[in-house]
Write a protein that binds this ligand. Structure first.
Ligand code: PXP
Length: 242
């Protein structure tokens, strides 16, 4: 059985749209925990477009769930991670030159920098996962730089609509997961996963963690909207004439 990490970035995206306090990602984290999330995933971006540094501090202080911090592979973020001490760091690309064709981290182009950064996080006993395409070159490089885990980028699979393309994408995830396990890396998967397309991947036994955000937050808006309207309706006295 695999773990479920729930990415709550988009709760913060909605809050940032108004610049106020609602909805609070920390409250969302508590609910995700109650719903059975095994970990909470937040991406502190360099442009701070959704999650803020203060959210990390509050999450750490108030929510007991495991915290997986996604961040760019650079020094300022590493210093923040060393202060917040998440249960896991997932390094993700944020700059164009760090991207591979499918959107994972170009590990082979940045091995020295990644190895250094991973060893700083290891000194603080923080395990590190690398968000990468299922390409053998990047998976082998993830092993060389000392990563504990890889998160296979499932975007290509999620965006494939024709059966042969889907099959090819699944095959490459299966092969990537197998290679990573042979190298002693833990295997996670994420990006673009939905209530429908997750099914095919749950039979890949090597994948022990799925990290999912957009689909869960989107569904939360729809399954929660009727109740939210009812509650507002109850706040407003009915008018006798229309
Ligand atoms: N895993 C990683 C590394 C991510 O950066 C993201 C967000 O893009 C996700 C998982 C979740 O992706 P989604 O929101 O499409 O479920």
């Amino acid at each position: 059985m695999a773990r479920l990490g729930v990415n709550i970035d988009h709760v913060a995206t909605l809050r940032q749209a108004r610049g106020g306090h609602e909805p609070d990602p920390v409250a969302a984290a508590v609910l995700a925990d109650l719903g059975g999330a095994d970990s909470l995933v937040v991406h502190l971006r360099e442009d701070r477009r959704h999650i803020q540094e203060q959210d990390l501090t509050r999450l750490r202080e108030t929510v007991p769930s495991a915290l997986n911090l996604e961040m760019a592979a650079e020094d300022t973020m590493t210093n923040i991670a060393l202060r917040v001490r998440p249960d896991q760091v997932t390094l993700v690309p944020e700059q164009r030159q760090e991207l591979t064709t499918e959107g994972g981290l170009a590990v082979t182009d940045h091995e020295d920098r990644l190895a250094l950064l991973i060893s700083r996080l290891h000194d603080a006993r923080i395990p590190v996962s690398l968000f990468i395409d299922p390409a053998p070159s990047h998976i082998r490089a993830a092993g060389r730089v000392g990563a504990d885990a890889i998160e296979l980028h499932t975007g290509h699979y999620a965006n494939s609509h024709h059966p042969p393309d889907i099959q090819e994408a699944v095959q490459s995830l299966i092969q990537g997961a197998g290679l990573a396990r042979q190298l002693g890396l833990e295997v996670h998967a994420g990006h673009g996963l939905t209530y429908h397309n997750i099914r095919r991947l749950t039979s890949i036994n090597e994948i022990v963690e799925f990290n999912i955000g957009h689909s869960i937050i989107s569904r939360a808006v729809l399954v929660g909207l009727e109740r939210a309207v009812r509650e507002m309706r109850a706040c407003i006295p009915f008018s006798s004439s229309r």
